[in-house]
Write a new protein. Structure first.
Length: 297
């Protein structure tokens, strides 16, 4: 008896999530549908693929042997779809752009208005978060990465420029507690970026000057840090483009902090697709127009 190739998607989702509910969330369907499709696949193959336990679904020996083949089918399907999409010259359809919440909210949402005006048939999907989506699996079509250069050899990577950063506070804070010249910030209150952001150059710059200061707040969100500074919590290093929408933010130190590189990433099969090419071009132009970005090297 033959089986539906599409049922392999449900098998892989359940194997990765460990539950029907988790697989349903990943596939955006209800768990009843996942259970039904898994049952159909097991019946067609004449083998049980999962052990159902109180802790969740675990692969049987047969299921474990099937994983590699199912993933190969998944990748072949993705490659086929990507190559078909890559031949599409139309300036319409959706383009999924993965980026940080900060860039999306403070820069891209406004910068890409010109794209919408020029090509209203293109739907831009801005996907934000700390987890990097996989361009090879078409979880996104285009990505803007901040920090170190992406190293995957199968992707096309282009440096767009670098985000300028500075040390900011409110005018009220600085009137009461001015920042003195020199390499230290003794006695000041700081809003510190934490977790994965702790290793970027501007955050390290602040930590090198913070031995005599007090940490008033830690956060893994640049947007939250900017809000905290506006509220008077203290000093923080922030991208200089925050000044455009927040006139209450004042540069507290004359030295601009080490900039952070911005990389545009796309799969080679998609870079010449009409709608993807239009998005890439508008992103590059927006970066070039923005005074807060250094010129590409």
């Amino acid at each position: 008896m033959g089986y539906d190739w599409n049922d392999l998607r449900y098998f892989l989702a359940c194997a990765r999530a460990g539950s029907l509910a988790g697989a349903g969330r990943a596939l955006k369907v209800d768990q009843t549908t996942v259970g039904r499709r898994l049952g159909a696949l097991e019946e067609a193959l004449g083998a049980r693929l999962f052990d159902r336990t109180p802790e969740g679904f675990t692969l049987t020996a047969t299921g474990t042997r099937l994983i590699e083949t199912a993933e190969a089918v998944e990748q072949a399907t993705i490659d086929l779809e990507r190559r078909a999409t890559g031949a599409d010259a139309r300036l319409e359809g959706s383009v999924r752009v993965a980026t940080s919440e900060t860039l999306s909210a403070t820069f891209l949402a406004g910068a890409l208005v010109a794209l919408h005006a020029a090509h209203p048939g293109i739907e831009v999907q801005l996907v934000t978060g700390t987890t990097s989506l996989n361009l090879l699996k078409r979880e996104a079509d285009v990505a803007l990465r901040v920090g170190q250069r992406p190293t995957h050899q199968a992707l096309v990577v282009r440096r767009l420029g670098a985000i300028a950063w500075g040390l900011f506070a409110t005018a009220k804070y600085l009137a009461e507690r001015p920042v003195e010249p020199g390499p230290r910030l003794d006695g000041h209150d700081l809003v510190v970026l934490d977790d994965e952001l702790a290793q970027i150059p501007p955050v390290r710059w602040l930590s090198e000057r913070a031995s005599g200061a007090r940490v008033a707040m830690r956060t893994n969100s640049i947007l939250t840090a900017a809000a905290a500074v506006r509220g008077g919590w203290g000093l923080a290093t922030l991208p200089t483009f925050f000044r455009g929408g927040s006139p209450e933010l004042v540069l507290a130190h004359p030295e601009l902090v080490t900039p952070v590189d911005v990389w545009l990433v796309v799969h080679p099969d998609l870079q010449h697709t009409g709608r993807v090419r239009a998005v890439l071009d508008h992103l590059a132009q927006a970066m070039e127009r923005a005074a807060v970005f250094a010129a590409p090297a």
